[in-house]
Design a protein around this ligand. Structure first.
Ligand SMILES: [Zn+2]
Ligand SMILES: [Zn+2]
Length: 174
């Protein structure tokens, strides 16, 4: 399983592979380490008296923050999706300027199709509501559901509140 997260100390993007075999994560930029909680992965399920071991460990919670609220999403870089749409729109505008009606709609249709096809073939990944860490690979998405706006809103407000508290200027004296 792979994790991509923002280092809490220096905000650098850190990517770590095979996190189920590690005890700590280390930031490649500032060498800050985060220890992975022992109960972050489930290694099997108990069925009655017997323990059925999984073929791979499953993630139970975020190893960075560590919240238990995570959601499944497509491992699709949003910038790429938006880039395709913008390029398609620009190209269709050029075609429109040359009064190429069929070409204009052809480009728009092709752009939409490309986005749909890319989306369908992209693998799923897991994202943390609170710290935006991303997990991909075997066992990452098994225990969690899709995006929930209510949970997202809850964490967004929490983050906003913490930011407000930390950026409030000290009481100035009269
Ligand atoms: Zn760092
Ligand atoms: Zn997290």
């Amino acid at each position: 399983m792979r994790v991509t997260y923002a280092c809490p100390a220096c905000q650098a993007t850190v990517m770590c592979d095979a996190i189920e075999t590690l005890a700590v994560l280390e930031c490649s930029a500032c060498r800050t380490t985060l220890s992975i909680p022992a109960d972050a992965f489930s290694r099997g399920t108990t069925a009655g008296a017997a323990v059925v071991l999984d073929s791979y460990p499953r993630l139970r919670r975020c190893v960075i923050c560590p919240s238990t609220e995570l959601f499944i999403r497509k491992d699709f870089p949003q910038r790429v999706g938006v880039g395709i749409v913008v390029a398609g729109l620009a190209a269709s505008c050029v075609a429109w300027a040359f009064r190429e009606l069929f070409l204009t709609f052809g480009i728009l249709f092709a752009t939409a199709m490309l986005d749909v096809v890319l989306y369908l073939f992209m693998p799923n990944c897991l994202s943390c509501y609170r710290c935006q860490a991303r997990y991909s690979g075997d066992g990452a998405t098994d225990t969690f559901g899709g995006f929930d706006l209510e949970t997202h809103e809850k964490h967004r407000q929490q983050v906003a509140r913490t930011k407000q508290l930390s950026t409030r200027p000290p009481e100035s004296l009269p």
